[in-house]
Design a protein around this ligand. Structure first.
Ligand code: HEM
Length: 415
């Protein structure tokens, strides 16, 4: 880390009334992110929304807004790579929590717009955002540890234990999460390094979970991407920009500014038992999920996105989609009970002579009590698929609303 970087960082924190531990006193420069970094970014001048950006810029130049009603990285299209960083505060004070939010926001406001972070030692990488988003979440335990339990949003309920839980260290709840996504591995790794380097005196990193997706949807005109079982995954989801999406994802309660427009992230690490799964014949595999492996169509159908009849029976009077098929059991009965799924695959190398591979099940929702929890309860009790996967990690966070121009994510929570 360069001296100028130290000084700039310290100035940023001084602006918020917090001093970095272990940094000599004497610097007074208050650095803050550009008020409107988008104006100086590769985003074409007329593009002001995520979808504008997606249509007007591509590849390495793709920029999503940082400031706005919601944090980017939820409604923005999934990038091919995504890393989740689980953090614990070394000193769980409100001042430190606020400092972490300021620092991550400052990095995000710059890096997502193709600008170097303060004191960035590799500015050339920052010039290539490739759809970079940096999203921050706060766990219940941080509110409790900072004695701000009264501020816990109503939606951030405790996730109960489920019979299929088989958690392993370290993949469980942390104080905070930072989700970093990009289509470029070098960009994503650089952003990960900048954020963790800038927070290094304030937090310890409990885990990092790296996820990836195929470059394209599995079938032309479709939306799902293939997971490591080869299934088309991510089909039934609320569509970004629609009223249904808002109902499913965004908190519309009349809470503080950081609550309204926020959402809850549930992240589960699910190991896939691929060696056992591959022994099943293709028809059995399809019956376990309830969809065709090649097209992603519901059983009995021909295309991924078609609506289907759950009451349909075959010539023998048996349900076309079995009673215990994953999609029947998981299915939400109404929009209010839906979640947004952005699943990513993971590869953690070999373990005991076999692959440790699986799914980072990332779901976003307005209210887990009425959506995710009943859904996961049904899945844990009834889903045929449970024999071929093990849930080895779980954590939940409130993702505060987006930052106002010139402000930072979570402003007002800990001050
Ligand atoms: C290893 C873990 C999992 C895998 C590989 C997996 C895979 C799939 C696949 C292939 C589909 C069909 C296509 C689609 O609509 O995306 C699907 C649908 C779905 N899954 Fe999962 N899933 C997993 C875990 C879960 C969990 C833990 C939940 C929630 C508790 C869940 C909820 C859903 C829902 C809501 C649907 C859509 C159902 C519908 O309305 O058709 N999945 N999943």
């Amino acid at each position: 880390m360069t001296t100028s970087h130290h000084l700039s960082r310290r100035g940023l924190l001084a602006a918020g009334g917090v001093a970095l531990i272990g940094v000599a006193s004497g610097c007074t420069s208050a650095a803050s992110p550009p008020a409107n970094p988008t104006a100086a970014s590769p985003l074409p001048p007329s593009a002001t929304t995520a979808s504008d950006a997606a249509t007007q810029a591509t590849g390495q130049d793709l920029v999503y807004p940082f400031y706005g009603a919601h944090q980017s990285g939820v409604e923005t299209p999934p990038t091919t790579l995504q890393t989740f960083i689980g953090l614990d505060l070394i000193d769980p004070s409100p001042r430190t929590a606020d400092a972490v939010l300021r620092l991550v926001s400052d990095d995000a406001a710059r890096l997502t717009q193709g600008q170097p972070a303060l004191g960035d030692t590799e500015p050339g990488i920052a010039a290539s955002p490739a759809g970079l988003t940096i999203t921050v979440g706060i766990g219940r335990q941080l509110f409790e540890r900072t004695r701000r339990a009264d501020a816990i949003p109503d939606s951030l309920v405790e996730i109960p234990a489920f019979p299929t839980d088989a958690f392993e260290k370290p993949w469980v709840q942390t104080d905070m999460i930072v989700q970093i996504a990009s289509d470029d591995a070098v960009t994503l790794t650089h952003a990960t390094r900048m954020v963790t380097k800038d927070l290094s005196t304030l937090v310890s990193v409990r885990w990092m979970q790296d996820g990836f997706l195929p470059n394209e949807p599995a079938v032309p005109g479709g939306v799902g991407r293939r997971n490591l079982m080869g299934q088309v995954d991510g089909t039934v989801n609320p569509e970004p920009g629609t009223p249904d999406f808002n109902t499913v994802v965004w908190d519309d309660s009349e809470g503080p500014a950081w609550v309204t427009g926020g959402t809850v992230l549930v992240l589960r690490r699910i190991r896939l038992l691929l060696d056992d799964w591959e022994k099943l014949d293709p028809t059995t595999q399809e019956n376990v999920i309830g969809r065709h492996q090649d097209s992603g169509a519901p059983l009995g159908g021909t295309s991924e996105l078609e609506a289907f009849d759950y009451e349909a029976v075959d010539a023998n009077g048996l349900p076309v989609i079995p009673e215990d098929a994953h999609i029947r059991v998981a299915r939400a009965a109404s929009t209010e009970q839906m979640i947004l799924r952005r699943p990513y695959s993971y590869n953690a190398g070999m373990r005991n002579g076999t692959n440790d591979m699986g799914l980072l099940f990332a779901a976003y929702m307005r209210d887990p009590a009425t959506s995710y929890i009943p859904m996961q309860t049904r899945v844990a009790e009834l889903d045929a698929f449970n024999r071929w996967n093990i849930t080895i990690g779980s954590a939940a966070y409130f993702l505060p609303a987006g930052a106002r121009e010139g402000g930072y994510i979570g402003e007002g929570i800990f001050t």
